[in-house]
Structures are given as C-alpha cells and as structure tokens.
Ligand binder design. Structure first.
Ligand SMILES: [Zn+2]
Ligand SMILES: [Zn+2]
Length: 246
C-alpha cells in the first residue's frame, strides 16, 4: 500500500498547507481517498492524480477541512474528467444526507442533477467491519465534535499491511487499539500544549506515546504553533506530498 499525504494541514491553511486528504494506492492499482477537504482539488491536480481512477472516498467526519471537497470532486467528475464509473462515498452514519446537503449548499441543484456515474453511499459504523475499495476497514469512535460526526478513526488493512489514521480527536484510550501494531499511524497533533476538548496536543501525546504501538507514528493536522515547535518526540511529521510506502 502506497500512501500519499496530499493535505497535512489544519482547517486554516496553517503553514500554507492543504487540509486533510490522503491518497491510498493498493498493489492491484485500486486507489481511494481518505478525507477530501475544500482544498483537495488543487492538491489532487498539483499531484497529478488521476481522479477517475479513484474508486472511493472514505470520510472520517463532516467538517469542511475533511469533507468539504466532495461537491468539487463530484462536479469535477461530472464536467471535467467525465467520469463513467461508480464512486463510493463512505463515512459515518448519515453520510448520504450530509453529502446531499453539502452538494446542494456548494452548487444548488447539483445534488439531484443527472450524472453519468452513480454515487454509492456506504455507512461505516464504529462497531462493525466494512470493506471499501477492497480494503478492510475497522472504525473507532473518536472524541471530536458530535455535530460533525460520529467522528471516526480508521484502521485500513490492504496488501497485508495496516494503516491507522486518527482523523480529528482529543486523546481517547480508543487510540490505543486503533494504533496497535499498525505499520503506520497518522495521528492529529493540533497544538503544542494548549488543551482543547476536541483536538490532541503534543504534550498529551508525549504522555501517551508508549501506549501507541504502531511501527511508525506520523503527526499531522498541525497548527502554526505546532509547526514551529521543535519537539523531542521520536515521531515523523507529515507534509504535503509525503509518501508512505508500507
Ligand atoms: Zn474536525
Ligand atoms: Zn480537521
């Protein structure tokens, strides 16, 4: 599984970074996105990604810096790339209604427009396994913002490897099984020491780091203060365009 971090930023473009979007490519050529932010069309174009080859978009939650790119992706598929193959849109329960509302808000009429491709909605519940684009998905309930969720983190198993991703969350012990023995864990680390009820800070992560047994730990979704913070943790830091080969 080859992962490219197309967007490693927070919701505010800190550091000039794109908001969250991950591109996952399996050895058989199947590709999917995890999250697709309002900034993700420029990110996909810059990286030269073939959008029509993307089988599915898997969303962690319904904030604009993770979900806001869907209307643009759908419009691009309709009018630019002229997609003909179905697109799977997967995410927490309510994903179809959320998608409908997002399309209608961004481009009125687009939710009910005739398209040359189907959108197949898949709801992912945190208490059951799922399959998206040939990958085995295990979802975990995160602690973020119930108005934009339920907010999920995922273990994505493909090609005998496991990629774990927290989405947005404050510290929760659920991160421990999420990360357990994963080949890589991408985990949000928004602030340095400022405690927020819905995001993780570097100081708290430091206290729990030994509990996270993933082979690689990569920090993402960093605020400008966190980007400027030269911490001592033996963690990698994501950047736009970062490639993770598992
Ligand atoms: Zn969020
Ligand atoms: Zn976010």
């Amino acid at each position: 599984m080859n992962i490219t971090i197309l967007g490693s930023g927070d919701a505010f473009g800190s550091g000039g970074r794109f908001s969250t979007c991950l591109h996952l490519a399996a050895s058989d050529g199947t590709t999917m996105l995890v999250d697709c932010a309002a900034t993700s069309m420029p990110a996909l174009n810059r990286a030269g990604i073939d959008r029509n080859a993307i089988s599915a978009i898997l969303f962690t939650h319904f904030h604009g810096d993770h979900f806001g790119g869907l209307p643009f992706f759908v419009l691009d598929a309709q009018f630019v790339t002229r997609r003909r193959t179905p697109l799977v849109v997967a995410g927490p329960p309510g994903v179809a209604q959320r998608a409908h509302a997002a399309l209608e808000a961004a481009f009125p009429g687009s939710a009910t427009a005739r398209r040359a491709f189907e959108i197949d909605y898949v709801e992912i519940a945190p208490d059951g396994p799922a399959e998206v684009a040939g990958a085995d998905i295990e979802a975990f309930a995160m602690v973020h913002d119930d108005r934009a969720g339920p907010c999920l983190g995922y273990r994505i198993a493909r090609d005998g490897k496991v990629f774990a991703y927290s989405g947005d969350t404050a510290w929760t012990d659920t991160l421990v099984p999420l990360a357990r023995d994963a080949d890589a864990l991408l985990i949000e680390c928004y602030t340095v020491d400022r405690k927020l009820p819905n995001h993780l800070d570097y100081e708290t992560l430091e206290q729990h780091l030994r509990e996270l047994t993933a082979r690689r730990i990569i920090l993402t979704h960093m605020s400008s203060a966190m980007l400027d913070h030269a911490g001592a943790l033996a963690c990698e830091r994501a950047y736009d365009g970062m490639a993770i080969a598992l």
